[in-house]
Design a protein around this ligand. Structure first.
Ligand code: IPE
Ligand code: IPE
Ligand code: MG
Length: 232
């Protein structure tokens, strides 16, 4: 079976999962965090080379403060656990997104996680946290303009590849497949530039309920698609 080299996942549906069980939304986020660990391990086991997961968007700050605080706490707790866990699995972790606005604790943990896993040579796990694709593209454009003004590059050096090299994802190939759980047919500001030729799969399963078998079925369906990249 032909696996995507780079798989992106929009982990959506924690809130609805909790609502269906008449539980507070934060219980859904905890269930989602547990599933995150399970699916990451599965992806590593089956041989995915790059996995990018959408954990928190630049728009998610609009949520009630209590929910945001809970999510930040969860990230801290899970990063600490993931540090040990994923190291055993030889997983290299990178964070995509604007980290300056996160708490000092979280920033330190992010740096430590990246440092400790830097020499792992198994799957690369990108965690998109406070990530928004439009901001990412704007920042890349600003950085190109600055380099032109400082005469480090010429305007004719600017092309799609030059911009790609200034995105958070500069070290990995474009995603081949983006899976969204929770049934919504939208991108919600995730990897807009990078997904120009990605395949999409939307599943009507809420994130905490997505099982490794469900993912395998999506990957099997992906392997049968014919990608043309504009050719025939
Ligand atoms: C995804 O689940 C997790 C985050 C966005 C942090 P949601 O919290 O968006 O769950 P729904 O979409 O409300 O069910
Ligand atoms: C996308 O889900 C972001 C994450 C999964 C982290 P949202 O729940 O924020 O997306 P919308 O609001 O339904 O578009
Ligand atoms: Mg949602």
């Amino acid at each position: 079976m032909c696996l995507p080299e780079h798989l992106g996942i929009i982990m959506d549906g924690n809130g609805r999962w909790a609502k269906r069980k008449r539980l507070p939304r934060k219980v859904g986020h905890t269930a989602g965090a547990n599933n995150f660990r399970r699916i990451v391990k599965h992806c590593s086991k089956i041989g995915i080379k790059y996995l990018t997961v959408f954990a928190f968007s630049t728009e998610n700050w609009k949520r009630p403060k209590e929910e945001v605080v809970h999510l930040m706490e969860l990230f801290k707790q899970y990063l600490e656990e993931a540090l040990k866990d994923f190291q055993d699995e030889n997983i290299k972790i990178a964070f995509l997104g604007e980290r300056k606005v996160l708490s000092d604790d979280l920033q330190n943990l992010i740096e430590e996680t990246e440092r400790v896993s830097a020499n792992c040579d198994g799957m690369v796990l990108n965690i998109a946290m406070n990530y928004g694709s439009r901001n990412e593209i704007v920042e890349a454009a600003i950085s190109l303009i600055e380099d032109v003004l400082e005469k480090k590059i010429n305007i004719c050096d600017i092309d799609a590849e030059a911009l790609s090299q200034r995105l958070y994802t500069k070290f990995c190939p474009d995603p081949d497949l983006i899976v969204r759980t929770g049934g919504e047919f939208r991108i919600s500001n995730f990897l807009l530039w990078q997904s120009a030729y990605a395949e999409y799969a939307v599943v009507d399963i809420l994130w905490p309920d997505l099982k490794p078998d469900n993912l395998d079925a999506i990957l099997l369906e992906f392997s049968k698609r014919k990608r043309r990249f504009g050719g025939i």
